[in-house]
Design a binder for this molecule. Structure first.
Ligand SMILES: [Zn+2]
Ligand SMILES: [Zn+2]
Length: 195
């Protein structure tokens, strides 16, 4: 679907996220600016196979990004790197270029200056983030992202059974230990402890 207006995206984001908030608007603006810089006119439609997005925080802004880009975790087009930063990198696979946008710390202060009369921080930032210029909201950096074929949508690899727990591992995510294929949990990266 070709690009909508911000207010149309706000409706879709509110539905998907459960509420509309400053973080959602920031995420929408970030995604709109990212695809604009890459020159993608229909990111969620005709151009959908060109785009992979990396997000760096699991907060409101992140939920808004797929509304514009169509990049979803389950489609392998959304990658999460838990850096705790309101930042995202938009990668155009066809033209092999990528741009990273980071929310500027000064944006909150700018929102205070623009709408000092609005008491609620969230309302204040929502109004300001709708209107502020892209360069006031984001720091922009062109970057190179190396995405291996195993990380791309459509990658095919045989599923391997872990020699320890027997669970299937896709996309070459197994590790070899003394010649045995192990899942990452059995190889020592387990984030849970069996009871
Ligand atoms: Zn929110
Ligand atoms: Zn295992």
């Amino acid at each position: 679907m070709p690009l909508h207006t911000l207010s149309e995206y706000e409706k879709l984001a509110a539905e998907a996220h459960g509420h509309l908030c400053a973080g959602q608007i920031l995420g929408l603006r970030m995604a709109l600016y990212g695809v604009k810089l890459l020159g993608l006119e229909d990111p969620a439609g005709a151009d959908r196979k060109r785009l992979v997005t990396f997000v760096e925080i699991d907060r409101c802004a992140t939920d808004a990004i797929p509304i514009v880009t169509g990049c979803r975790l389950g489609k392998r087009a959304l990658k999460f790197r838990d850096f705790g930063k309101v930042a995202a990198t938009f990668c155009d696979l066809r033209d092999d270029r990528a741009v990273r946008l980071a929310a500027r710390e000064s944006a909150r202060e700018r929102a205070r200056q623009l709408y000092p009369e609005v008491v609620s921080k969230n309302q204040q930032q929502m109004q300001a983030y709708r209107e502020m210029a892209d360069h006031e909201l984001f720091d922009t950096e062109w970057v190179r992202v190396r995405i291996g074929p195993q990380d791309l949508p459509g990658y095919k690899a045989p599923r391997v059974l872990c020699a320890e727990c027997g669970e299937g591992v896709s996309f070459g995510r197994e590790v070899l230990r003394e010649g045995r294929p192990l899942c990452r949990a059995c190889a020592g990266e387990r984030y849970y402890e069996p009871l």
